[in-house]
Design a protein around this ligand. Structure first.
Ligand code: FAD
Ligand code: SF4
Length: 502
C-alpha cells in the first residue's frame, strides 16, 4: 500500500503524486498543522480558505472512491505528528508527496520519510526557468514571457504574436477620469455563500485564532473545484471585457472592479494556470473580449506569475534577507487598523482587513509605494503581506515584495523602483477627493505625504540609483533643486516619519 500526502496548496486532481497512485491500493493523507498555521498571524479569511478547501477536497476525493486519512487542526500540533500517526496506522510501503510550493516546506519534506514527485502546478518547470535565467545579472519579465508564449503557442500565429504586438499596455492605461467620463457599468463583486463545511471551519478559526487579523464572518470565496470553475466563468463573462482598459484603476468602495480574484484559487491548485489562460483566449476567439484585455490577463499569469515563481526557486534562500537600500523603518502600527489620515492607505488597509484581498495596483502603488519611499524594513513589509492576503504564500511574496516593490534585490528583477508621488494615485483613483491631504501640495502640513516622501527617497538613494537609466533623470532633477526646497522636503519627510513612531 502507498500513501499520497497532499498539502493544503496542492488541491488538484492533477496533483503529480496522486497521478502516480491507484485508489484501490493507496490512501490519501491530509494534515492540518497547527504549527504551520501559526508561522505568522494569518488573516482569518485566509485560514478559513485553506482549511475549508482542504476539507472539501477530501470530500471530493472520497466521492471519487479514494480512502482519505484526514488529521484536523484541533488535535494535530504539526505535520510530523500527523505523518507519524498515519504511518503507525497504515504502515505504507512509501509516502509520495508532490514537491512543496515553498522553500521552508521543501526543506522540511527533505527531512521526512517521503518520496518527492516533481510538481506540475506551474507552466514553467523550476529547472526550465533556471536554464533560461542562466547566470544573468538581471532578468527581464518580458523576455521570459515571450519565451513562454513561443513554447505554449498561447496568442501566437505562425510564430508571430497575435495582433502583431507582444503587449497592449498602451491601451491599458485608462485613468479614473476616463472611467468616470465613460460612465461604464459597475461590475457586481463576486461572492459565494459558505456551506455547512465552511461554516464549521469559520467557527473553528474564530475559536483557535481569536487574535488574528480580520474576521471569519463574511467569508466570500469558492472552496471547491465546482465553484472555482463557476468563479472563472463569471470573470470571463462579466469582467474580462474591461479588465485591460481599467486594470490600473482604483475606485473607492469597489474592491474587485474588473479584476479576476483568481489568485486564491490558482495558488491552492483548485484551478490550473492553463485553464484560466485558455478560457480567456477562447473568449477572444468567440469575440467576447478584446485583445488588449485578453493579452493583459495572459501576461499576468503566463508572464508575471510564472516569473515570480521562477525567481523564487532561483534565488532562495538568500533572497529573503535582501535589503539593498538598507531600509530601517519598522512597520507602522496603522497597517493593522487602517487608522491613518491618508485616505488611500485607509481605504486599502480597511479593505484588506475586511476581505483579505486588494487588487494589484492597490498592493503595488498605494501600499508598496508607501513601504518603498517611507523606507520600511523589507522583511517586515513582506511579513505583513503574508499575514493579510488570502492568496499569500512564501513563493509569491519574496519576489513581489522584495524584488518588485522594495528594490531590495538591487534591481535583479525590476528595471526601476516603483516610486510615485500623490499625483499618480490622484490620476488613477478617486481616493484623494476624500483625503485631508492635497495631492497638489508638495511640502508642509497639508501636502500629500507621498509627494515629499518620494523626493526624500531620491535624496537618500542618489548613489544607488544615479546609474539606473530609467530613473537617473529623477536623481539629476533632485540634485539641481535649490537647497531651500530640498530642506523643506527633508523637514516634511522627517516630521512625518517621526510622527509614525510616536
Ligand atoms: P488579476 O489582476 O485578475 O490578475 C490575474 C492573475 O494574474 C492573478 O490571479 C495572479 O494569479 C496573476 N498575477 C498577476 N500579477 C502577479 C504577480 N506579480 N505575481 C503573481 N501572480 C500574479 N499574488 C498572489 O497570488 N499572492 C500574493 O500574496 C501576492 N502579493 C502581492 C504583493 C505585492 C506587493 C504585489 C505587487 C503583488 C502581489 N501579488 C500577489 C500579485 C498580484 O497583485 C495578485 O496576484 C493579484 O492582485 C491577485 O488578484 P486577482 O486574482 O484579482 O488578479
Ligand atoms: Fe493618498 Fe495623498 Fe491622495 Fe491623500 S492626497 S489619498 S495621501 S495620494
Amino acid at each position: 500500500m502507498k500513501t499520497v500526502w497532499i498539502l493544503g496548496d496542492q488541491l488538484s486532481l492533477h496533483n503529480a503524486a496522486l497521478n502516480e497512485a491507484d485508489k484501490k491500493t493507496s490512501v490519501v493523507l491530509m494534515v492540518e498543522s497547527k504549527a504551520r498555521s501559526q508561522r505568522v498571524v494569518y488573516h482569518k479569511k485566509k485560514l478559513v480558505l485553506i482549511f475549508s478547501a482542504m476539507r472539501h477536497f477530501a470530500r471530493d476525493l472520497r466521492d471519487r472512491g479514494w480512502q482519505v486519512d484526514y488529521h484536523a487542526l484541533t488535535d494535530t500540533p504539526e505535520f510530523g505528528v500527523g505523518l507519524q500517526r498515519h504511518i503507525e496506522t497504515f504502515a505504507p510501503e512509501e509516502v509520495l508527496l508532490t514537491e512543496p510550493n515553498d522553500w521552508p516546506m521543501m526543506e522540511t519534506a527533505k527531512q521526512l520519510p517521503v518520496r518527492l514527485v516533481p510538481t506540475g502546478q506551474f507552466i514553467s518547470t523550476r529547472a526550465g526557468f533556471q536554464k533560461w535565467a542562466g547566470q544573468s545579472k538581471r532578468l527581464l519579465m518580458e523576455m521570459h514571457y515571450r519565451r513562454l508564449r513561443n513554447e505554449t503557442g498561447y496568442l501566437m500565429n505562425d510564430g508571430e504574436p497575435e495582433g502583431g504586438q507582444w503587449n497592449y499596455d498602451a491601451s491599458n492605461r485608462s485613468t479614473y477620469a476616463d472611467w468616470h467620463r465613460q460612465a461604464e457599468p459597475r461590475p457586481e463583486p463576486p461572492s459565494v455563500l459558505p456551506d455547512p463545511i465552511t461554516e464549521g471551519v469559520m467557527k473553528m478559526v474564530e475559536d483557535v485564532f481569536p487574535e488574528n487579523p480580520g474576521r471569519a464572518e463574511g467569508f466570500w470565496l469558492p472552496v471547491d473545484r465546482e465553484h472555482a470553475l463557476e468563479w472563472l466563468d463569471g470573470f470571463i463573462r462579466h469582467r474580462l471585457i474591461r479588465f485591460g482598459s481599467f486594470e490600473d484603476l482604483m475606485v473607492q468602495g469597489e474592491p474587485v472592479h474588473f479584476h479576476s480574484v483568481l489568485s486564491p484559487l490558482l495558488n491552492l491548485g483548485l484551478l490550473t494556470p492553463h485553464e484560466c489562460i485558455e478560457a480567456a483566449i477562447d473568449a477572444y476567439h468567440r469575440k467576447e473580449a478584446p485583445l488588449n484585455s485578453v493579452e493583459g490577463f495572459v501576461r499576468q499569469i503566463l508572464g508575471w506569475r510564472e516569473f515570480i515563481n521562477g525567481v523564487y526557486w532561483l534565488k532562495m534562500p538568500d533572497y529573503k534577507q535582501s535589503n539593498y537600500l538598507n531600509a530601517q523603518l519598522p512597520l507602522p502600527r496603522f497597517f493593522y487598523t487602517g487608522d491613518t489620515e491618508m485616505n488611500c492607505l485607509r481605504q486599502v488597509i480597511k479593505q484588506v482587513l475586511n476581505l483579505g484581498y486588494n487588487h494589484h495596483i492597490q498592493r503595488l502603488m498605494v501600499l508598496g509605494n508607501f513601504f518603498l519611499i517611507a523606507g520600511v524594513i523589507p522583511q517586515e513589509a513582506e511579513r505583513w503581506y503574508l499575514e493579510m492576503y488570502v492568496d499569500a504564500y512564501d513563493w509569491v511574496m519574496a519576489a513581489n515584495v522584495l524584488g518588485m516593490i522594495l528594490y531590495a534585490d538591487g534591481g535583479y528583477m525590476a528595471t526601476k523602483p516603483y516610486a510615485a508621488g500623490g499625483s499618480y494615485i490622484n490620476k488613477m483613483s478617486n481616493y484623494c477627493r476624500d483625503c485631508r491631504f492635497k495631492p497638489t501640495v508638495k511640502v508642509g502640513p497639508d501636502a500629500c505625504p507621498y509627494n515629499y516622501l518620494y523626493w526624500n527617497f531620491y535624496d537618500r538613494h542618489q548613489d544607488e540609483l544615479q546609474d539606473n537609466p530609467r530613473v537617473s533623470m529623477m536623481v539629476r532633477g533632485w540634485r539641481n533643486r535649490p537647497e531651500a526646497e530640498k530642506r523643506q522636503v527633508r523637514d516634511s519627510a522627517q516630521a512625518f516619519l517621526e510622527g509614525l513612531q510616536a
